[in-house]
Design a protein around this ligand. Structure first.
Ligand SMILES: [Zn+2]
Length: 875
């Protein structure tokens, strides 16, 4: 928190000088809120709301100017009540989300400030107070993270300011109303309205306040300890909440057990919004996108259930980590997000061991190390200097690298010891805000081992370490030679980085005995004598739990995968295959050598391992491969994976277990699409056509893959049918599948027709944005279309999309160039966006990372293409 403290001091100086310059990013700590009373009138169907808010504040040093946050609100009156008498401050004009209260003389001590105001209910954005329609009904919701509470009420909109909130909502009598706390009373009012008053909440920061109004229905999911658990759904959807109602209380009980303390709030409501891909951990009132939380029992899939479980476990973990103990400022937001990501896997793994969620963790670790290989990657704890930095902070470095590093130090400290540390942290900071430093100190103390210095080397620095391991058996005793440097792709600008302190967890076999070696690698080079004889194999990253890549020297890699190698767990197989693939990009493993691993693991019993083998074969689908050799690439994929895919086919048999069903949904579309397998393509088309005629006739988990493959090879007639059905579809989950299919057409005219739908206002632009704009990037036939489309229609696109800070869709436009691999396209992308991204919150970093991804691709292509061409010619 060093940097943030410097900022506090700077702004404090501004405020006491009573200048009219608004703060740029943060409020000072001179005026601190103590308690809020919020009173809002919310009528579904109306475009505005009215409100009053009373804030008890304490002003430390006398000042003539008190700053707070307010954005796009019409303030009718403001009054200042203090023991010395009432004052009417003059408001400064709103300046990027800040307003100032100006007084004739200095004010200090305790006071209450009262605002009467009105604001608008968003119809095209999920920021602030907004409305969503479902089946002819309108529902009102709120969403405030990170900086949108100021759109709903004037407030001190920073996570460190935690106070009790008393909320009263005035809503039509036919509607129900919800907030963070249980309802206290309901009083009829004139004009068909009623007042719903909620109990005062536990201390909450403004970004976690939430409420909703509308004709919802409620599903009772029992109790966990003292807390009633409910699922709140749009009308007519109670039956679709069955899985959520069963799983949520069980997951919550497991989290209580891990944290060793009860769920912190009086009740837990899970509130459904009719949108896709969304979840927010509001205290006591978690909100979820409909397709995540609800599914008709006849239409449900294992993948949906897994996602629902993981997301619910994540949002509920936040109730302790994020809500009860809150990050002090957004530079430490990993304390919320990495923790919740780490907990979601721990708890889901405990609840359903047969899902092998540890393998998902290994996959995510690999993915975040890919992002971390960019020189322009963020650090986990990155100083926040602008609103763009806040928007960028919610990326895979925060979530995935953060959770991977937590997992590594959990192993290092010991699972139980680490748990004691987490419990001490929660106890010490309950209902308060905390920093990274405070977290590391508490966990070290509770765990009985000082993890802070080593942990910090991963928090404050970009990149993942590449650890070289060599065994020297030439002397009397075998010696393990270790060295570390940053893992960087071929052609990356050389970056020297100081040594990490890396907890290594190594297994090796000495004669008949498997030994473990735990050590902290703290310097650039280190030699460790190994007890026993010369190892016959060595595994450098046990369970794939370490956040580092391994370069095996000599024949260690061959021995690891050889006939006499170790029996690797599924997580280790995924981790080692991913490691080999990543080392192709660093230039440490020849492509042919990695590709030779694909056939070895194509028959693996675990579907995630097969998927990792598919990623390896996916090298052949990258731009690195000369176009003329693409048919050879498809032939290789058929040779390696075809027999198994055809045996699985497009229809499930009654005795398939979950593993087989999951494998089918990944492998069959891969061989059809990337392997150009005619039989499987025809099968997908038949299945898709059948489902489009009769929704109940196809296994739910095959619908999306079959539609996707059918669309890739589909014609205008199929496009028209899918488009028509997407327009008529009321169920957001099914509409999501249909829109995804519209983004998958490889025919350029049809892909362009799908992009044009983003301009036509037939669909909510929030729902078309990702499937239609990013779908064409998956196929070489269409991957230049999205960027060209954005350049032609930029103004139209911008006028229809949400543009709030932290929710600025425009910031993702540069990603349309992420698959480019040549200098001309790179220049075009840079020329077009260089100045424009300055106006997209978070856009500058996204452009920088995209350009670097293109540079990496260009360099890799040059280095790898000859080897790939040679490999393919031989096939
Ligand atoms: Zn989260």
């Amino acid at each position: 928190m060093k940097l943030a403290l410097v900022s506090f001091a700077a702004f404090a100086a501004l405020a006491s000088a009573a200048t009219a310059d608004a703060p740029k990013l943060m409020l000072d700590e001179n005026a601190v809120p103590q308690r809020y009373r919020l009173d809002l009138t919310l009528v579904p169907g109306e475009n505005t709301f009215r409100g009053t808010v009373e804030i008890d504040v304490r002003v430390a040093n006398p000042t003539r100017l008190v700053w707070l946050n307010s954005q796009d609100l019409k303030i009718g009156s403001v009054a200042w009540h203090a023991a010395g008498g009432d004052l009417t401050p003059v408001l400064t004009p709103e300046e990027h989300g800040f307003i100032g209260l100006q007084f004739n003389g200095p004010v200090s001590g305790e006071a209450t400030v009262r605002f009467e105001y009105s604001g608008s209910i968003g119809l095209h954005s999920n920021a602030g107070i907004f409305a969503l329609d479902e089946d002819g009904e309108t529902y009102i919701y709120s969403m405030f993270e990170t900086s949108d509470a100021r759109r709903a009420f004037p407030c001190f909109d920073q996570p460190e300011f935690k106070t009790p909130w008393q909320i009263t909502l005035h809503v039509p009598r036919a509607a129900s109303a919800f907030a963070n706390s249980p309802q206290e009373s309901e009083t009829p009012e004139s004009g068909g309205m009623k007042a719903v008053r909620f109990r005062e909440s536990k201390p909450l920061p403004s970004y976690l306040v939430a409420f909703a109004a509308g004709r919802f229905e409620t599903v009772d999911a029992g109790r966990v300890g003292h807390a009633p658990v409910r699922i709140i759904v749009p009308r007519g959807h109670t039956e679709s909440a069955a899985f959520a109602a069963k799983s949520i209380p069980q997951l919550l009980a497991l989290e209580e057990k891990y944290f060793g303390r009860p769920y912190p709030y009086e009740k837990l409501d899970s509130l459904v919004m009719p949108i896709s891909n969304f979840a927010m951990e509001n205290a006591g009132l978690i909100t979820y996108g409909q397709s995540l939380l609800l599914a008709e029992p006849s239409d449900d899939t294992i993948e949906r259930q897994q996602e629902c479980t993981l997301v619910a476990a994540h949002e509920m973990a936040h109730q302790w980590l994020g809500d009860m103990v809150t990050t002090r400022w957004w530079d430490d937001v990993w304390l919320n997000e990495a923790f919740a990501t780490w907990m979601e896997r721990k708890i889901t793994g405990e609840w359903k061991p047969e899902w092998h969620i540890d393998v998902v963790g290994a996959q995510s670790r690999l993915k975040s190390m890919d992002l971390d290989s960019l020189v322009s990657a963020r650090r986990i704890v990155q100083p926040i200097e602008s609103e763009s930095d806040i928007a960028n902070a919610f990326d895979d470095i925060t979530y995935e690298k953060g959770s991977a590093v937590l997992r590594m130090f959990e192993d290092y400290a010991g699972v139980e010891q680490f748990r004691h540390g987490v419990q001490l942290y929660l106890k010490r900071y309950e209902w308060r805000a905390a920093t990274t430093q405070e977290f590391l100190a508490a966990v070290s103390e509770g765990a009985g081992v000082d993890i802070a210095p080593a942990f910090r080397t991963f928090l404050d620095r970009t990149g993942a370490p590449l650890v070289s391991m060599a065994v020297d058996c030439s002397g009397a005793k075998p010696v393990l030679r270790l060295s570390q440097k940053r893992a960087l792709p071929i052609g990356a600008p050389a970056a020297s980085s100081p040594a990490w302190q890396i907890p290594l967890f190594i297994l090796y076999r000495d004669g008949t005995r498997v030994r473990t070696l735990r050590t902290l690698l703290t310097s650039a080079h280190q030699e460790i004598p190994l007890p026993g004889g010369c190892p016959s194999w060595l595994l450098g990253n046990n369970e794939g739990g370490g956040y580092y890549r391994v370069r095996y020297e000599g024949d260690l890699l061959d021995r690891l995968f050889g006939a006499h190698g170790p029996r690797l767990s599924a997580a280790e197989r995924v981790s080692e295959l991913g490691n080999a693939l990543a080392l192709v990009d660093t230039g440490d493993v020849a492509p042919a050598r990695a590709l030779a691993l694909a056939p070895r693991f194509a028959g693996d019993p675990n579907h995630d391992v097969v998927e990792q083998a598919m990623y390896i074969a996916g090298i052949l689908e990258r731009p690195d491969v000369p176009d003329g050799l693409r048919p050879n690439a498809a032939r290789f994929i058929r040779e390696v994976f075809g027999a198994r895919a055809e045996k699985l086919g497009w229809s499930a048999s009654g005795d398939d277990n979950e593993e087989t069903r999951l494998l089918r949904t990944r492998l069959v579309p891969f061989v059809a699409g990337e392997g150009d397998d005619r039989t499987l393509i025809d099968g997908a088309e038949a299945l898709a056509r059948r489902w489009l005629k009769d929704r109940g006739s196809v296994e739910p988990d095959l619908v999306e893959p079959a539609l996707d493959v059918a669309a890739q090879f589909g014609d205008r007639d199929l496009w028209d049918t899918i488009h028509k059905q997407a327009l008529a579809e009321k169920d957001p989950a099914i509409q999501e599948r249909l829109l995804h299919a519209l983004g998958s057409f490889r025919d350029r005219t049809l892909a362009e027709a799908s992009l044009q739908l983003m301009l036509k206002h037939e669909f909510d632009p929030r729902e078309t944005f990702r499937p239609l704009l990013t779908g064409p990037l998956d196929h070489p036939e269409t991957w230049d279309l999205p960027f060209a489309f954005v350049t032609r229609h930029l103004d139209d696109l911008l006028s229809g999309l949400p543009r709030e800070v932290g929710n600025d869709y425009a910031s993702e436009f540069p990603f349309t160039g992420k698959v480019f691999c040549d200098v001309d396209h790179r220049r075009a992308l840079d020329d077009f966006f260089r100045d424009r991204v300055k106006n997209y919150t978070g856009g500058e970093r996204n452009l920088r990372q995209t350009l670097e991804t293109i540079d990496v691709c260009i360099a890799r292509r040059k280095a790898v293409e000859p080897g790939l061409a040679e490999f393919l010619k031989a096939h």
